[in-house]
Design a protein around this ligand. Structure first.
Ligand code: ATP
Ligand code: MN
Length: 464
């Protein structure tokens, strides 16, 4: 019987020592002398490589010549305990098959130690590097942890639309979706574009958030969450913004803002501790390469309570800090990342949940407090990241919500379906949005959001 392929992640199992195994993967390095050659092979299943030993009495130099960095090979041989340093087991090669060569003259990853900037230019190949292998495996584990968390708590996964007909989701600039010929636009008599001839018969865009539809789900199923791509045409070239990113948006009927904060804190701790338990090799690799404090920081999040305070208290602390900020602080401003990070990293030295923001800087659907000035918003602020979660208790009163919509001149024709949740069986409810890449950024310790998504979309960049 033919032996099955063993994934490298499984090969370090002691019971395999002494048996014949078959591995397939991509060559990391080859070194050695004229008697013996050592190949480090990786198949993406783990950060670890398996060492393969080629005895030159069994193989000719000619046979081994195509084994260069990046080549894909298939090897069969005995798994034996290794005498060398740095690995526990190795394979004594008996057969070799070359699947595909990688010309050292042109293979971009021939050398080690490329900068992350350079790797962004070869995003089609960077998953083969140790760093991106680690990041992508952690990203997968976090996605799984998120579905697991909600499933175990009776939340239903709701798929909200990516194409939306309302331009008032309120979370940022939108990308238009159209099938009209931009070089020959149909016009109405008054000279404006005739959208009746467009695919949907009206202007449409890519969604910036699934929340409004999420509320429709929550006021029927009780507790739902979304987990999907969102799009923001914000021309902000920061290390924390993408034009296309993934967001998790739980929405819960009968939750007030305290329930909402409790869920957000428990949820994010669960995600971080899942990664610590299940991605130790990858996290340790990234810690060693980029950030020695990474593991301590992750543990700290899991083990400590988040500090909760109001926006007003936060602004007070910032104003009394004596610190010179690039953007000066006063009550009413939208906090910048530098302010958020001051509170988290310097003042409290803990994650912070800031609540009760001025209504002017928050979305129309947030519940108005009795002071008439602030709304029941909550942002979760993290070290290194700033805002990782934004959420709120929603305004459940039809009259108050309508008043706010009118105050902000949001076109009613777009909002009737949303207002129906408040006309028929309205309930107190809350929810939040977690930016998935900001979570992956935090857990991996990477510093640029472009390095935690396989194919980043940013201004002027959408090649692969
Ligand atoms: P920021 O002030 O950082 O731009 P925001 O206030 O626009 O964030 P929300 O609209 O509340 O953010 O979105 C919810 C979450 O989505 C944020 O807390 C953040 O984690 C994430 N997020 C928002 N915009 C982006 C983006 N352009 N790229 C990646 N993640 C984002
Ligand atoms: Mn934003």
């Amino acid at each position: 019987m033919e032996i099955k392929r063993t994934k490298i992640v499984d090969i370090f199992d002691a019971s395999l020592v002494g048996t014949t195994v078959r591995v397939k993967g991509w060559v990391k390095t080859r070194r050695g002398n004229k008697y013996v050659q050592f190949v480090a092979l990786n198949d993406g299943s783990t950060i670890k490589n398996i060492q393969i030993v080629f005895d030159l009495q069994k193989f000719t130099e000619e046979q081994l010549k195509p084994i260069t960095t990046g080549a894909a090979i298939h090897v069969e041989g005995q798994l034996v305990e290794s005498l060398g340093k740095g690995q526990s087991v190795e394979i004594q090669a008996e057969t070799l098959e070359i699947y595909g060569t990688a010309d050292p003259e042109t293979y971009p990853l021939q050398k080690k130690g490329h900068t992350l900037e350079f790797l962004r230019d070869i995003a089609h190949l960077r998953p083969r590097t140790n760093t991106f292998g680690a990041v992508l495996r952690i990203r997968h584990a976090l996605a799984f942890a998120i579905h697991k968390y909600f499933n175990e708590r009776g939340f239903f996964y709701l798929n909200t639309p990516l194409i939306t007909g309302s331009d008032c989701e309120g979370a940022g600039a939108m990308f238009q979706v159209t099938t009209l010929n931009l070089n020959d636009l149909p016009k109405k008599e008054d000279g404006t574009v005739d959208y009746e001839q467009d695919f949907f018969g009206k202007p449409t865009s890519l969604t910036v958030s699934g929340q409004l539809e999420g509320e429709l789900g929550a006021t029927a199923l009780g507790q739902i969450y979304t987990f999907g791509p969102t799009f923001r045409a914000e021309n902000s070239n920061t290390p924390r913004h993408l034009a296309e990113f993934w967001m998790i948006e739980p929405e819960m009927a009968f939750y007030d803002i305290t329930d909402n904060m409790d869920l957000a804190e428990d949820f994010i701790k669960h995600c971080v501790s899942y990664a610590l338990e299940n991605c130790a090799d990858d996290i340790n690799f990234l810690a060693q390469m980029y950030d020695k404090e990474l593991v301590n920081r992750l543990k700290f999040i899991v083990e400590n309570d988040f500090v909760r305070l109001t926006y007003t208290e936060g602004v007070d602390i910032l104003m009394k800090s004596g610190k010179k900020f690039e953007f000066p602080v006063s009550w009413g401003i939208d906090l910048q990342s530098e302010h958020e990070r001051y509170l988290v990293e310097e003042h409290f030295k803990k994650p912070v949940i800031l609540t009760d923001y001025p209504k002017e800087i928050k979305a129309f659907y947030m519940k108005l407090n009795d002071d008439g000035k602030t709304v029941r918003a909550m942002d979760v602020l993290f070290p290194m990241i700033g805002e990782i979660i934004g959420g709120s208790q929603r305004e459940e009163s039809y009259d108050k919500l309508l008043a706010r919509i009118e105050e902000l001149h949001i076109p009613m024709k777009d909002m009737w379906w949303y207002l129906d949740t408040r006309r028929f069986g309205t309930v107190p409810h809350s929810g939040f949005g977690l930016g998935f890449e900001r979570l992956v950024l935090f857990v991996t310790g990477m510093t640029n959001i472009r390095d935690v998504i396989p194919f980043p979309r940013t201004p002027k960049r959408a090649e692969f």
